[in-house]
Design a protein around this ligand. Structure first.
Ligand code: B12
Ligand code: SF4
Ligand code: SF4
Length: 385
């Protein structure tokens, strides 16, 4: 067993390379094994097939590589950021806070690689492996064991200083180290996050049903949104922060200084209509290095169209009508739906004009559905008027 000071040294190096918190976890089988298997069995992972792969490894991190013994778990806080100007406009408040700046995967992986180099300089016999988000790892459980925070009922890892505004990563090591002590429950009898979720995606404490989660649909889902999901999206364009914003621990989080996580000016000027109209070249330039690229250009435009539709605001009609002609098939489909939600003479005339010219049958059906919805709405208002 290494002395306790080795653990101290590793924690201090992790802070030096730019993390806000670091702790040590001993690698042990998951204490939540049954909960994880049930979560998968019940289909709470929706279409994220990767969650159902390498389950053995996920619930037993000792298998990460032969000889793996410990992990240095690290956390980067991303809100509130000191020196950040408030995000305004109709787009950026509808993008999850973690996703407004640089891609944390790249940022944190770079820092973990620097930490790994330092470890190997001093312990040349030590094997290492770094993960940020993408590995078959229960990152929040490891982080609780490393003392970085406790599980919240919204399934987020949170602590008294940062709330849950934390992103997680870990460096697995073949060194045997003294682990940190886990933090006790911070939720007590509170249930504010469960009540704040607008879609019922937190049906009980500590269980998220991705099939109902806005974050899942706006980030992970490819292709068209099922009809019943579109209204549930509200105004969100990428991710969702509602179950975190409701948490009392997040209202009192300390400020941190991470300029990389600020919204850069090259994206700040984009609004919803600008995102819907963005061409390939502009998309590449503006979203270089952004985590929002996970949804791809088409996915972001689909989300923007649905957010416009849910706003019911007629000022979006001109941008939507342009996209009804020029967008991809997926985008046109959601644009037609959005125009049906917003209504008005301009929207109706545009839908009618496009009906005959539209070559894709799915989009044509959506245009027809939007027009008949507008007709029903008019009849209804004529009757009630
Ligand atoms: C798949 C995934 C998603 C999915 C599913 C989310 C989920 N809750 O499982 C979707 C796309 C919906 C998603 C959304 C978000 N995600 Co995500 N996601 C992941 C990913 C890749 C895997 C999570 C996982 O393993 N889920 C399976 C379930 C079973 O695991 P779990 O939620 O950790 O469940 C544990 C607890 O519930 C606990 N438990 C179960 N029962 C009980 C009972 C009691 C009493 C207790 C105490 C505990 C307990 O045990 C389980 C196993 O450890 C991780 C990265 C990683 N590799 O871990 C990031 C990760 C969880 N996501 C993250 C983030 C930031 C988000 C969003 C905030 C993004 C956004 N703003 O839109 C939202 C938050 C939604 C939410 N409330 O969870 C961060 C969370 C950081 C933190 N502070 O917790 C992670 C860790 C990525 C990272 N490296 O930072 N995500
Ligand atoms: S991220 Fe949004 S939709 Fe998902 S559980 Fe939290 S509040 Fe509900
Ligand atoms: S809102 Fe309440 S129940 Fe939910 S995570 Fe925060 S403290 Fe826990």
């Amino acid at each position: 067993m290494q002395s306790e000071s080795t653990a101290d040294l590793l924690r201090s190096w992790a802070l030096e390379v730019g993390f806000d918190r670091a702790g040590i976890a001993r690698l042990e089988p998951s204490s939540q094994r049954q909960a994880v298997l049930r979560w998968l069995d019940e289909g709470n992972h929706a279409a994220m097939a990767y969650m159902n792969r390498r389950t053995g490894l996920r619930v037993d991190p000792r298998e990460i590589f032969p000889g793996a013994r410990s992990a240095v778990c690290v956390a980067l806080q991303y809100s509130p950021l000191s020196g950040e100007r408030t995000v305004d406009g109709d787009l950026w408040p509808c993008v999850a806070r973690y996703a407004r700046g640089v891609d944390y995967h790249d940022l944190m992986k770079g820092r973990l690689d620097r930490l790994a180099e330092r470890v190997r300089d001093v312990f040349p016999e030590c094997s290492t492996r770094a993960y940020v988000d993408t590995g078959p790892v229960l990152e929040r459980e490891l982080a609780t064991r490393a003392g970085l925070g406790a599980f919240g009922k919204n399934t987020m890892l949170l602590n008294e200083e940062s709330g849950s505004w934390l992103l997680l990563g870990e460096l697995f090591l073949s060194l045997e180290l003294d682990p940190d002590v886990a933090i006790a429950d911070l939720c007590g009898s509170c249930t504010q996050c469960l009540e704040a979720c607008p879609t019922g995606a937190l049906p009980e404490p500590y269980r998220l049903d991705a099939n109902r989660c806005i974050s899942y649909w706006t980030i992970e889902h490819r292709g068209a949104f099922p009809q019943e999901i579109r209204h549930q999206m509200g105004g969100w364009v990428f991710g969702c922060d509602l179950c975190q914003e409701a948490c009392p621990w997040n209202g009192t989080a300390i400020e941190v200084h991470h300029p990389e996580m600020h919204l850069p000016s090259k994206r700040a000027e984009l609004d919803l209509a600008g995102l819907l109209r963005i061409d390939r070249q502009q998309y590449i330039e503006r979203f270089r290095g952004s985590p929002m690229k996970r949804a791809k250009q088409e996915g972001l435009q689909r989300n923007a169209a649905v957010a416009m539709g849910n706003s019911g605001n007629r000022r979006y009609v001109p941008a939507l009508l342009e996209a009804l002609q020029e967008g991809s098939e997926l985008v046109r489909l959601h644009v037609a739906w959005a125009l049906g939600q917003i209504g008005g003479d301009e929207a109706r005339a545009g839908l009618e004009a496009r009906q005959g010219a539209e070559s894709e049958s799915d989009v044509r059906r959506e245009i027809e559905a939007a027009l008949s919805q507008l007709e029903n709405r008019d009849e209804h208002s004529a009757e009630s008027g």
